[in-house]
Design a protein around this ligand. Sequence first.
Ligand code: PLP
Length: 425
Amino acid sequence: MSAGAAEFDAFPRRGGVLHAERVALEQIAAEVGTPTYVYSAGALRERYRALDAAFSGRATICYALKANMNLAVVRTLVALGAGADVTSGGELFRALRAGADPSRIVYSGVGKTDAEIDAALDAGIRAFNVESRAELRRIDARAGARSRRAPIAFRVNPDVDPETHPYISTGLRTSKFGIPIDEAVDAYAEAKTLQNVRVVGVDCHIGSQLTRVEPFSDALARVRALVSELRGAGHAIELIDVGGGLGVQYTNETPPSPEAYARAVLAAVGDLDAELVVEPGRWITANAGVLLARVLYEKDNEAKRFVVVDAAMNDLIRPALYDSEMRIEPVGSATGAPRQVDVVGPVCESSDFLARDRALAPLAPGALLAVRSAGAYGFAMSSNYNARRRAAEVLVEGDRFAVVRERETLEDLVRGESIPREITG
Ligand SMILES: *Cc1c(COP(=O)(O)O)cnc(C)c1O
């Protein structure tokens, strides 16, 4: 946060008990059960406003739904003026259902189906971020069939190392994303020959959880040069989409402030007389959410002590997938000397852990834990693995809270399945 500005504490400890704003997490666990994701509306708003202010209102903030697609979360941001970055027809559906203005929706993603392209054309989105020339031709054909003109920006790949986890690096030459920036001029030239697309801009997204501004600056310097070249070739570049990727603090990271990030973006492309689009996901939602879980029991193997909780890798896959470290706190006051433990779930996989070798005070069965910074890529990446019902989601505002997604039921687990007797016997 900017120097001097007191950051809104969405999850304060009051009387020794962790709260979401003014609601005790114990109360939510008692009424809604566990595991449950809890989001702070105040924190969502504060993050959105801080980024908007850092850009002095000079950027269109298209919130990346992929980080947290809950309708109430998206609505909270849309109500502040956010647009949306969507990566599938499903996310487009959610963005529209949450009330996003189609003229503030951009659509990224390397594999758009005809049905998805059609839905985006019918909605009238701001831009397709096109990731290949094959996709360009596909969009042109679909737009022609529907007598529409599709607004397009190529997602260019600047070959910059974002210095983040390989699975969330997207701007290297070897990644599947975008078109190599060296081929962009040719690709735009082809777009100009097509009847049913209209070039509106350039797009670039190099990765997620970036903790330094330099990769953004390097990538955007290349985008800047490209924009000049494209304009020289007669393309009307009215929009520059700089992607998302600003990192957050999970444990000891020191990501750039939104001000430093905005300064870098504006320094690189702020004077190009184009609408700037940013696509933040994680930065808006990660620290606005926690995952609430209950301790089932502790167990000791010869070499290790485990705290077994009722949340698992199907609920929160980041530790298993990215080796992410996420803070875990007891919700109530925990006494006793901390010991090194692994916090694990019930799923039948050794990768099912929420934390490894973490110092935690002894916890009685039934004690509550909060996994911090779980508002992004938490519920959104959850699954039904091991036939586990997906968690509930709760949104808190001051001293009120609402269940914004019900915990799945056992019947939900088998919805759509059938047993064809003529085959199964
Ligand atoms: C994932 C993604 C984002 C959001 O990334 P964050 O790191 O969550 O900000 C933005 N744009 C595109 C194209 C993405 O794939």
